[in-house]
Design a protein around this ligand. Sequence first.
Ligand code: SAH
Ligand code: SF4
Length: 366
Amino acid sequence: MASARKNLIGLPRAELEAWFASFGEKPFRARQLMRWLYERSELRWEAMTNLSLPLRQRLEAEASLDLPTVGVRQQSSDGTVKWSLDVGRAQLIEMVFIPEERRGTLCVSSQVGCAMDCPFCATGRQGFNRNLTAAEIVGQVLLATRELGLVNGASRVTNIVFMGMGEPLANFREVTRACDVLTDDFGFGLSRRRVTVSTSGLVPQIDRLAKVSNVALAISLHAAHDELRDELVPINRKHPIKELLSACWEYASATNSKQITFEYIMLDGINDSPAEARRLVDLLRGHPAKVNLIPFNPVAGTGYNRTPQQRVDAFRKVLMDSGIVTVTRRPRGDDIDAACGQLAGSLDNLVRVPMSEKTMHTVNRV
Ligand code: SAH
Ligand code: SF4
């Protein structure tokens, strides 16, 4: 995939215009190219007929349109599609498409691995390898758009969530450049509400994000008091709940957002009691907050288990009775190991743990 030519995928419009200007081309060339790439998913220079032949020849010589390479594509019985992608040097990442009635959500990765070390998460257990580039992030979306044409009955990508591998705000520059392309009218043209950055709680970066972007924000809260959150989401030791929540409310007001989404994994006997639900109410009531209760997807060796449905319902009732909108997520793609937190795709990891064994441990077979 590596190439001496400049990869133009994922370049924000202003940067692409500057690149064209550097060899005397007008800014509208950037817009023309972006339309070919993101509206028509066209990667062949020769098909871009509104660019002159000499310009196309020059582009061919000096630029490239590189996407990650598809390793494996798997489709779940529930329609979820998971791709493992090769991003060079034996590094694999994963992305997942989740079709629903009125939308199609693509879950993208922002890093190879993750350094945040949350003890329940397959990606966290694999450790950190490197940040992805904006080209590799936007490349995932472009690739999915092209690939979905090949999958029977699959719908389009209407929403993007940064809930694949990695902590997006630890890769601030590349993630925000990618968001720029996703929300640009000449890029994928997605409304900012349809692009969600999910974070474990990097407070300074939340503040910075409000200054450069206004995409939707999701917080992986998972606990309603610091002692427990210190354990479940170790970054909490640095940025405790109070500090995190005040950054959230500021983000909502600075970006004029309707609400922040709080993700809460239900871990059997750990964070799922009615008392914890009431603590959560105390934190969120009166603020622009919505809660997603996530069924835990078992990861081998973590010692955590999934909360039984009855207790999830009771927890949700406490929140709903207090006026907090709360959605219980359905697990998707369990049978292909594509549910949240089951993404662990580095080749290192596969070498250490043979595939059959890994699958046996991490697939949730309920
Ligand atoms: N690093 C970011 C985004 C990627 S993780 C973050 O933590 O927000 C995406 C979501 O999957 C997070 O809410 C994360 O807590 C959740 N997750 C991780 N492991 C999981 C598991 N085993 N079961 C269910 N959800 C999990
Ligand atoms: Fe990283 Fe998110 Fe997993 Fe925590 S839950 S280890 S932040 S990917």
